[in-house]
Design a protein around this ligand. Structure first.
Ligand SMILES: [Zn+2]
Length: 400
């Protein structure tokens, strides 16, 4: 009995020691993560670090959620110089065809490649910085200090947006290649866009390379958004086709069809064809949320086809159900660029460079929707001479 219990004690001891060694090893591994992350931070800035967090953690194969992320060193900016205003306007630009033919139309649905290049240059020169619609919708606006976020959208998955040549190369004359090349020469204007695809139409009209293209875009951090299944206009209810069931089918079937090209297609920002919303407002909730054929969905935002610069997601009048977009007809975009830059009527969103803080001059504090801040910290600062927005009284949001 005695020697048995001694054995048990020493077994327990050994087990205890083993447990201790394992725990120590685990702690060391966990301690290594912040160090590695900190090293990443110093080496290449937050963008690189946040991208690589996943890779580093999985390399070490440590059980995940115990690790608390390292707080990056506080970002110091001169508020009086940068003048951040994160309830200012965010431009969302809408493209269709680029150089489909020389018949350029007055609606901006087909513009020349030269015009597209000039616009990329003008947006870059204005200090605009491309992010996806999804980032805006989530309030994840990671843009360098002093820059204005811009969302560049391409509708319909058109052939001129992304084309491959018979030898498999990307056509240097398609919009994707032009934009990618522009960003290569201008790293301060990254290659990032949102592509609104239609369920029943082959993305970018080339069957053989469609899946490759969708993957190519997702691999590079672009967003694949939902532009309905059939592209029928919901403000035109011929034959009474618009119903709770048909709207849910339009959203859900498009998700299924586009995800068949790449399951990573997020498809949770919804762009209504032709900007046409159902006339019966009680049906709008199915644009936001629904379920059909076993596919449940929740759209973060619904986008219109026309309008001026959009609201910041932190502004009290931001309405996720009706997001404006700037068309590229005539010189409309060019005039919006200069108006926003001058800040005469509308104030642009100007980033503080810190996605975890929402900075606004004191005269704009009344426009902040505190409920939309989430984990972000509000920073209000005094900016002598700063005007309040010309908006008199914020209009109520059209939906909740
Ligand atoms: Zn469309």
């Amino acid at each position: 009995m005695k020697s048995n219990s001694r054995q048990q004690v020493s077994q327990r001891k050994r087990r205890g020691q083993r447990r201790f060694r394992l725990t120590a090893l685990l702690i060391m591994c966990m301690a290594a993560i912040p160090l590695l992350l900190a090293a990443q931070w110093w080496r290449g800035g937050r963008a690189v670090a946040s991208k690589e967090i996943g890779a580093i953690t999985s390399e070490l194969a440590v059980p995940t959620p115990i690790v608390s992320p390292v707080a990056p060193p506080a970002l110091q900016i001169d508020l009086q110089k940068v003048k951040p205003n994160e309830v200012g306007r965010i431009p969302i630009v809408m493209y269709h065809d680029i150089g489909a033919s020389s018949n350029y139309d007055s609606l901006g649905l087909n513009i020349s490649r030269d015009k597209f290049k000039r616009q990329l240059q003008a947006m870059k020169d204005a200090g605009w910085y491309p992010i996806t619609m999804r980032s805006v919708a989530l309030g994840d606006i990671d843009v360098p200090a002093g820059k204005t976020p811009v969302v560049i959208t391409f509708d319909d998955g058109r052939a001129t947006t992304f084309r491959t040549l018979p030898d498999g190369r990307v056509d240097p004359n398609c919009a994707v290649a032009i934009f990618e090349e522009f960003s290569r020469r201008n790293p301060e204007f990254p290659f990032r866009a949102t592509f609104y695809l239609i369920g029943t139409s082959v993305p970018f009209h080339q069957k053989e390379t469609a899946a490759w293209k969708v993957k190519y875009l997702i691999d590079r951090g672009h967003e694949i958004g939902n532009h309905s299944n059939t592209h029928r206009y919901m403000d035109q209810n011929a034959g009474g086709w618009v119903s709770a069931a048909s709207i849910q089918r339009e959203v859900a079937e498009a998700i299924r069809r586009i995800r068949a090209y790449d399951v990573r297609a997020t498809m949770d920002t919804y762009c209504v064809p032709g900007g046409g919303y159902p006339k019966n407002r009680s049906l709008w909730r199915y644009l936001k949320e629904g379920s059909e054929g076993g596919t449940k969905y929740k759209n973060l935002v619904v986008l219109k086809a026309w309008g001026g610069p959009s609201r910041s997601p932190f502004h009290i009048s931001y309405d996720p159900m009706v997001i404006d977009r700037i068309g590229v007809m005539g010189s409309y975009l060019e005039s919006q660029i200069s108006l926003l830059k001058a800040g005469i009527e509308l104030q642009p969103y100007i980033s503080d460079g810190d996605p975890d803080k929402v900075s606004v001059p004191r005269s704009f504090e009344k426009y902040v929707n505190k409920a939309a801040l989430g984990r972000r910290v509000l920073r209000v600062y005094d900016l002598p001479g700063s005007k309040s927005e010309t908006d008199p009284v914020p209009e109520p949001a059209t939906s909740n």
